[in-house]
Design a binder for this molecule. Structure first.
Ligand code: AMP
Ligand code: MG
Length: 337
């Protein structure tokens, strides 16, 4: 990992928390695939949430809060739906999974840990998506556990656990499980998900360079409704992409740009939801990892992402993440649309 002590303790805790949460998610996916309990709940916005989302949030909030009790955590989930009597069996399952890590934990404590994630934005705070890409998780595709530390509106630390990501994209049947870590000013690193933080397994990662431009790919969501696939294709072609897009769920897309699998990630506003504003936990960790790998991340107008304006990025529209070299051409192509 990078030299220097800056945010060293925060980084260690974040990596440990995300690694353990990833183990919980992998266990849920492996063990519950054919059981009823696997069915997800539906939140008010009709997005799915599973036993693993709650378990992951409980673990990560507990790991972070016991070392940094004064730091607010702005997380995606809360325990209200889980505590409804109709969901008692799900709550029991969440408890069972979290107890594999903390055998003494009670159901009440676990709900409290989940609700530590109901913090609000402050000068220094964490933001957490316990499972980003829940639809991918349910489909047996990609998902990510995303944790970031924000100070004065700037992401200072980003950790992305990607349990289903091949260690090498060109070996889809090879080993899977990657963790990405970046501290501002310290570069971006990746390691197999089961590596210890002290291991030499962490290697610096870099965005793809401008050689072999014809080989470049761009990446977009699997869920067409989370972007504008037609316009994404048009813009990508306008800046010279000829190959079909990679499609991946979650912030794994940022990891793909950061390690050079793709040169560009386009997330243009969905025509079906023109008023949608992106949520900070869907972007904070990934954005820093791309920037520290040498890339550039802005909204579709070229403005920096604003992580201090609320849990929704009210002042931004969509996201463009690139290897940097391409960025201005993409923003220019978007301006002409
Ligand atoms: P992805 O896996 O990249 O497609 O993104 C998953 C995330 O998309 C979820 O965490 C949601 O918060 C977010 N999402 C839901 N609806 C939209 C939308 N209309 N536009 C952009 N993102 C959305
Ligand atoms: Mg998400």
């Amino acid at each position: 990992m990078s030299p220097g002590q800056h945010l060293e303790l925060e980084k260690r805790i974040a990596v440990e928390a995300v690694t353990q949460a990833a183990r919980l998610c992998q266990a849920v996916r492996a063990e519950m695939a054919r059981s009823n309990a696997w069915e997800s709940l539906e939140k008010d916005d009709r997005s799915p949430v599973t036993v693993a989302d709650f378990g992951s949030q409980a673990l990560i909030c507990h790991y972070v809060n016991r070392v940094f009790p004064r730091d607010p955590i702005v997380g995606e989930e809360d325990s209200a739906a889980l505590q409804a009597s109709a969901n008692a069996s799900r709550l029991a399952q969440v408890t069972q999974y979290v107890r594999r890590f903390f055998p003494q934990a009670t159901t009440e404590e676990i709900c409290h840990w989940i609700d530590i994630g109901k913090g609000t934005i402050a000068g220094r705070f964490w933001t957490l998506d316990p499972i980003d890409g829940t639809k991918g998780f349910l489909r047996n595709d990609q998902y990510a556990i995303a944790l970031a530390l924000i100070e004065d509106g700037k992401v200072q630390l980003g950790v992305l656990g990607c349990p289903a990501l091949p260690v090498r994209l060109d070996e889809p049947d090879g080993p899977t499980g990657v963790i990405f870590v970046a501290v501002r000013g310290g570069g971006a690193f990746a390691a197999p998900l089961d590596a210890s933080i002290d291991e030499a397994a962490y290697v610096p990662i870099h965005v793809v360079q401008p050689t072999q431009r014809n080989e470049w790919r761009f990446v977009e969501s699997v869920e067409a409704a989370h972007g504008n696939p037609m316009l994404q294709e048009t813009v990508a072609q306008a800046v010279g992409f000829t190959r079909p897009p990679l499609r991946m769920d979650s912030q794994v897309k940022y990891g793909a740009v950061a390690r050079g699998d793709a040169a560009l990630y386009l997330r243009l506003p969905s025509p079906g939801q023109p008023d949608y504003r992106e949520k900070i936990w869907d972007h904070a960790a990934g954005a820093l990892i791309v920037e520290e790998a040498g890339g550039c991340v802005t909204d579709v107008y070229g403005y920096p992402l604003n992580f201090a304006a609320g849990y929704r990025m009210k002042t931004n529209r969509g996201v463009v993440a690139s290897n940097g070299v391409l960025h201005l051409a993409v923003i220019e192509a978007l301006r002409k649309q």
